[in-house]
Design a binder for this molecule. Structure first.
Ligand SMILES: [Zn+2]
Length: 719
């Protein structure tokens, strides 16, 4: 006992930059700019004793109630027998910003390592090293389990984080959760439920979400205490099936657990001797203030830490995507589109589906592109534009007698890479085929090599993936998952997909990655670690795109949220600007044949595009986004606001859809009450100079004469 006590005392260091915060021995703390988590050894085991916002000055703001820091599995199956596992805490390892707790079981011989982290170095291309330790954001938790026996071990995965949380005021806080955009925007979007005793909710998120009643939730939650104005949020950094379980006990405590989807204890995973099970990394953060005060910290953390560094540093870009003309794209049409892009000030030309020979045969279509897609890349680059390409690279096609450079379930060598056998009369759709299981090592190596070729041959600046990337159903053995266990299949396939992209990015650090997957069906914090931006949905119209943005911009930073805009809403130039601006809240991709625009529309587009790049982009890239009007419904006015970090300047986007009212007061947020702000409305819907207090209490009155019109209202601190 004495020996253990001495070791603990020697190791008792505060790991955060704020080394004085907890000076007592036997405690370890991790800290970001807004979240602190503290561990202590109690009765021989590490326990979370504090979880609070750095803005909280006193203990009553502590959310933690003391709980084991790890959710250890209490039994495993070996040779068909259930074996109880008795874990023993072995010790702590630490380095700057990271603490690892190790647990071991003697019989069966297992090891579990649980790691908490609050700092990491981010290396950008160009070797800019940035510490995000001083940034706000959550603390991360990851864990793995190693099978040290000589036999195969089967277990039901436990959660990565399980925490009881104590609301500050003792009242019922709210639980916020949001439906995924998943193909087409949901009717409801954001749910704010009262966390009354007995409340229970499981938020499931899968790798290919459905638009129907089984629609998933974003792998994110927020528990917000209105009375005490503070809260806790968390999320899962994984793209296989995951869950967040929120349960209010009969007392005030709310139990939150995050990790792999447990399917009510029915899912299993299998570990060969020596094999390691990596549990999904999860995060948890605390904040003072409103829900958006927490999400702003999360946004900065995703931008700086989670998302891959942005090649060239500029985000979001202005893009034209050839899908405005569907599958018709060919060399002549592509050149016209590129000329239009250059004339209108667009920064990237993106070829969508329609360029390839066949599904699975990812080479230029010989008749559409007789000189090869590489010539289109050259032409794009000659106009000083970036070149992007759509590839459904996990999709195998139905080509008969396929060669080795084609992905197909009809290739005898590749047959076992697919989830099941395909009948001889099976045919792929125009741009969708059979999904290869990324749990299969041979399949992912083939895909990685084909991607390497395409990136080089077609001189890509951006790679967009589409269609299903991560299977949930696969009956094969030898893919690193239990056959037909949908959670385990998705776990192995997600890890395989990550391995392909992590390697491809390592070899091509200047390549941008876009996640489409049929419009926001794969939309989580695991893919956000691989893709620079995510297409929110396959909604191409102004109103659903604004709803998509309204919902997604709570958990995800605006610059990652891509809108594909195509559908016109009316005939006037004001209607045209309304359409464009609906896609300019985040990453803007124009998905329409721009050659069909009238001279007036082209002039309007040039002006809007210049505003997007010069004035809106800095706010979208790193500003705080505020939901200042209710969720768009097509009847009432809607709008979003940005403010810079200091609250010195910002922009209000306002939209008058079909409302009969021609004026709307908007209460602004995030400003300095004492400073004066000059209003500059692009289309003249408001004017004047006001104090921050006036704008945040009485609001700014905006007037728009026409239905389906809009404005971009900038405000700057007046001299
Ligand atoms: Zn498989």
């Amino acid at each position: 006992m004495i020996k253990i006590f001495i070791i603990c005392t020697l190791l008792s260091l505060c790991v955060s930059a704020n080394a004085q915060y907890y000076s007592r021995t036997g405690r370890w703390s991790l800290k970001t700019a807004d979240t602190i988590i503290v561990f202590e050894i109690k009765e021989g085991n590490p326990v979370i004793v504090d979880l609070l916002s750095t803005a909280a000055k006193s203990k009553p703001n502590n959310w933690a109630v003391g709980t084991p820091e790890a959710d250890l599995p209490d039994s495993v199956e070996i040779d068909g027998q259930t074996n109880k596992v008795t874990w023993e805490y072995k010790g702590i390892k630490q380095r700057e910003g990271q603490i690892s707790f190790t647990y071991q079981s003697k019989d069966p011989s297992l090891e579990y390592v649980s790691t908490w982290e609050a700092a990491r170095l981010v290396l950008n291309p160009g070797n800019i090293v940035e510490r995000y330790q001083t940034l706000p954001g959550p603390v991360e938790h990851s864990a793995y389990l190693v099978n040290k026996t000589r036999k195969t071990v089967i277990l039901a995965p436990t959660a990565t984080i399980t925490l009881p949380l104590m609301p500050q005021s003792g009242q019922s806080p709210d639980i916020w959760w949001i439906e995924k955009t998943a193909g087409h925007v949901s009717d409801v979007g954001i749910h704010i439920d009262a966390l009354t005793p007995g409340y229970e909710k499981t938020l499931r998120c899968g790798p290919y979400s459905q638009t129907d009643a089984t629609r998933d939730a974003f792998p994110w939650f927020c528990v917000h205490d209105k009375e005490s104005k503070c809260g806790v949020y968390g999320g899962v950094e994984f793209s296989g099936w995951t869950q967040i379980l929120i349960k209010r006990e009969p007392n005030a405590v709310t139990r939150v657990s995050m990790g792999l989807d447990q399917r009510e204890g029915k899912t299993r995973t299998r570990l060969a001797p020596g094999e390691k099970l990596q549990f999904p990394t999860c995060f948890i953060g605390a904040y003072k203030g409103e829900v958006e005060d927490g999400t702003h910290g999360l946004h900065r953390w995703v931008e700086k830490h989670l998302r891959p560094p942005i090649p060239g540093g500029v985000t979001p870009l202005l893009v034209n995507n050839s899908w405005g003309s569907g599958m018709a794209v060919d060399e002549a049409l592509a050149k016209t589109m590129i000329d239009d892009c250059a004339d209108l000030g667009i920064e990237m030309y993106h070829v969508d589906a329609g360029w390839f020979k066949e599904v699975g045969d990812w080479h230029s279509h010989p008749e559409k592109f007789p000189n090869g897609l590489e010539k289109i890349a050259d032409y794009t680059h000659s106009k000083d534009l970036k070149f992007g390409l759509w590839v459904g690279w996990t999709q195998g096609g139905s080509i008969k007698n396929p060669g080795p450079d084609v992905l197909s379930p009809f290739n005898p060598e590749q047959k076992s890479w697919f989830a099941n056998d395909y009948p001889e009369d099976w045919k792929n759709a125009a741009f969708k085929g059979a999904t290869a299981c990324m749990g299969c090592e041979d399949a992912r190596n083939w895909c990685l090599n084909d991607l390497r070729r395409m990136v080089k041959q077609y001189k890509l600046d951006l790679l967009e993936h589409d269609q299903n990337m991560i299977l949930s159903g696969c009956e094969r053995e030898g893919h690193g998952h239990i056959p037909n266990d949908s959670v385990d299949v998705s776990r192995a396939a997600a890890e395989g997909y990550y391995a392909v992209y992590d390697q491809l990015r390592k070899e091509n650090p200047n390549l941008l990655f876009e996640d489409c997957v049929n419009g926001g069906r794969l939309f989580d914090f695991g893919v956000a670690k691989r893709a620079h931006y995510i297409c929110m949905s396959d909604d191409f119209a102004a109103l659903p795109l604004r709803k998509d943005f309204y919902d997604s911009s709570y958990p995800f930073p605006p610059s990652m949220l891509e809108a594909y805009i195509r559908n016109k809403v009316g005939d006037s130039v004001a209607n045209f600007r309304y359409m464009l601006r609906s896609a300019m809240l985040g990453w803007c991709t124009i998905m329409t044949d721009m050659s069909k625009w009238t001279p007036e529309e082209r002039a309007a587009a040039k002006r809007e595009f210049a505003i997007y790049k010069d004035k809106l982009r800095p706010f979208i890239a790193s500003g705080n986004v505020y939901h200042v009007l209710p969720r768009p419904d097509g009847k009432n006015w809607d709008g979003m606001q940005y403010a810079d970090q200091k609250g010195d300047k910002g922009v209000l986007y306002v939209f008058r859809p079909q409302s009969e009212k021609d004026t709307q007061a908007v209460i602004l947020r995030g400003l300095n009450p004492k400073k004066r702000y000059a209003i500059e409305a692009t289309d003249g819907s408001a004017s004047g100079t006001y104090t921050g207090e006036e704008l945040m209490k009485s609001g700014l009155t905006v007037r728009l004469a026409e239905k389906q019109s809009s404005d971009l209202i900038f405000f700057n601190t007046a001299k």
